[in-house]
Design a protein around this ligand. Structure first.
Ligand SMILES: [Fe+2]
Length: 410
C-alpha cells in the first residue's frame, strides 16, 4: 500500500475511533448508539452487512440489537455452547470465518449460522471476562480481504462498543433492582398503612360515639399542618400521629370510655393515662417520621400549662401536639358524646375563642380558622374539614365566626 494512502487511512480510522468513542458516551438512547456504532464500523471497512448481538442471559442466546444490509432479522437468535463462549473469551480476537487460522470449534455449531447471515468477521464484545455480545461484519464491497491491520482495528472498535453494552447492561440491572425494590417498598408501605388504619379502627371501635374520630383528627391535623407550611414528610407524620393519638385508650376500660355520667376520680385517672400508655406503645416502634410518640403523649397538654400528663406550657409542647390538641378538641366538640350532644360549628368556634391562648395555641388557631374559611369560600381545590362536619356552613357563618378573634388571626 502506498504510504500516503496508508497514512490517510490511518487518520481516517483514528478519526472514526474518536467519533465512535464520542457516540458511545453520548446521552442518546441506547438503540441509536448501537446502530450508529455499527454503521461507523461498517463504514470503516466498507462492509456490506453487519450485526451487533447482545447476549440474553435468560435464553442463553445472542439476539441482534442492530443490523444493516440484512433485511428483516426479527426472530434471529444464535445459541453458542458454553464451551464456545469460554473459547471466545479466551481468544478475545476477531475471527475471520474464511481463515484457516481458527478451527471450526471456536464458534462451535454457531459458525454456520453466522455464515448464513453473510458474516465474514465475528468479534466478541467482552468486558471483564464476560461475553456481553458479538459484532459481525460481512465481506467488503471492494472484494478485498480483511488484513491483520483491519482485524486489529475491529478489535479496538469492539472494545469501545463493549463498554457501551456493559454500561447499558449495568443500567438495566440497576433499573430492574430498583423496580423490584420499589415493588417491595410499595408493598411494605401498604401493609404499614393498613396496620395503622386497623389500629385506628380498633381505637375508635371502643367508643360507640367517636367512630371515625381518629381519621378526622388525622385529616384535620394534616390540613392544618399544610396551612402552617409544614413539608410533605412532616405532614405525613402528623397524619399518622392523628390516626394513633388515642391508641392508649386500648388499655382503658370500655365502660369508662362510654360512660354517660361524670367519671369518678379513679376512672378519670384511668382515662387520662391514655396519652402516656400510647406514648409507651408507640415509642417502641421505629417510625419513618419524627415525633409521633411525643405528639401522642402531649395531645392533651394546654398552652397555659394546665393540661396533662406533663403540664407543659406553650413552647414546651411539640408543635404537632399543639395542632392535635386543637383538632382533637374541635372534633370532640362537633360530634355527639355519651354525656352531651354535639355543639354547633359556631358554638365550637366560640369555645376555641374563649380558650384562645389558654387551652389552644394561637399559632395553630389562626391557620385553622383560615383554612376553614378558605374551604367554605371555595378557595381550596379539595376541601377536607368542611365535608367532614355534620352541618352546612355558609359564608355568613364563616364571617361571624371571626367576630371577637384578635386582629392578627383574621
Ligand atoms: Fe385523647
Amino acid at each position: 500500500m502506498n504510504m500516503d494512502l496508508s497514512l490517510e487511512r490511518l487518520l481516517f480510522n483514528l478519526n472514526t475511533l474518536a467519533e465512535l468513542g464520542e457516540e458511545i458516551t453520548s446521552p442518546k438512547d441506547f438503540n441509536k448508539v448501537v446502530k450508529s456504532s455499527l454503521y461507523m464500523v461498517m463504514g470503516s471497512f466498507s462492509a456490506s452487512k453487519g450485526l451487533i448481538f447482545q447476549f440474553d442471559q435468560d435464553g442463553r442466546c445472542f439476539h441482534p440489537i442492530a443490523s444493516k444490509g440484512l433485511g428483516d432479522i426479527n426472530g434471529v437468535g444464535i445459541k453458542i455452547s458454553p464451551e464456545a463462549v469460554k473459547e471466545l473469551i479466551k481468544n478475545n480476537k476477531p475471527i475471520d470465518l474464511k481463515s484457516n487460522e481458527h478451527p471450526v470449534p471456536l464458534l462451535g455449531a454457531a459458525r454456520g449460522e453466522f455464515e448464513k447471515l453473510g458474516s465474514r468477521i465475528v468479534a466478541g464484545l467482552i468486558v471483564k471476562d464476560e461475553l456481553l455480545g458479538l459484532i459481525a461484519v460481512g465481506d467488503k464491497f471492494t472484494g478485498e480481504d480483511y488484513s491483520v491491520y483491519d482485524l486489529q482495528l475491529l478489535s479496538v472498535m469492539a472494545q469501545h462498543i463493549s463498554f457501551s453494552l456493559h454500561s447499558h447492561s449495568l443500567l438495566m440491572k440497576l433499573m430492574h433492582k430498583f423496580t423490584e425494590n420499589k415493588g417491595l417498598y410499595d408493598n411494605l408501605r401498604r401493609i404499614y398503612y393498613d396496620t395503622i388504619h386497623a389500629f385506628a379502627a380498633a381505637i375508635d371501635a371502643k367508643d360507640a360515639y367517636t367512630r371515625g374520630h381518629s381519621h378526622r383528627v388525622s385529616a384535620y391535623s394534616a390540613v392544618l399542618a399544610r396551612e402552617m407550611g409544614w413539608d410533605k414528610d412532616a405532614m405525613e407524620g402528623i397524619r399518622i400521629a392523628g390516626l394513633l393519638h388515642d391508641i392508649g385508650k386500648i388499655a382503658v376500660d370500655k365502660t369508662i370510655i362510654n360512660k354517660a355520667s361524670p367519671l369518678t376520680t379513679m376512672e378519670c385517672r384511668e382515662l387520662n393515662s391514655h396519652p402516656v400508655v400510647g406514648y409507651e406503645i408507640l415509642s417502641k416502634i421505629k417510625f419513618p417520621w419524627k415525633g409521633i410518640p411525643m405528639m401522642t403523649r402531649n395531645h392533651h397538654e394546654k398552652v397555659d400549662g394546665s393540661g396533662y400528663p406533663d403540664r407543659l406550657k406553650r413552647q414546651e409542647i411539640p408543635m404537632g401536639a399543639r395542632i392535635m390538641a386543637l383538632t382533637d378538641a374541635f372534633d370532640a366538640m362537633t360530634t355527639d358524646r355519651p354525656y352531651r350532644p354535639r355543639l354547633s360549628f359556631r358554638e365550637a368556634i366560640g369555645e376555641i375563642k374563649d380558650n384562645f391562648g389558654k387551652q389552644f395555641d394561637p399559632e395553630a388557631v389562626g391557620p385553622f380558622i383560615n383554612v376553614i374559611r378558605k374551604e367554605v369560600l371555595g378557595e381550596v381545590d379539595s376541601p377536607t374539614i368542611v365535608p367532614l362536619l355534620q352541618e352546612q356552613l355558609d359564608s355568613i357563618t364563616i364571617h361571624r365566626m371571626l367576630d371577637g378573634f384578635p386582629e392578627a388571626i383574621i
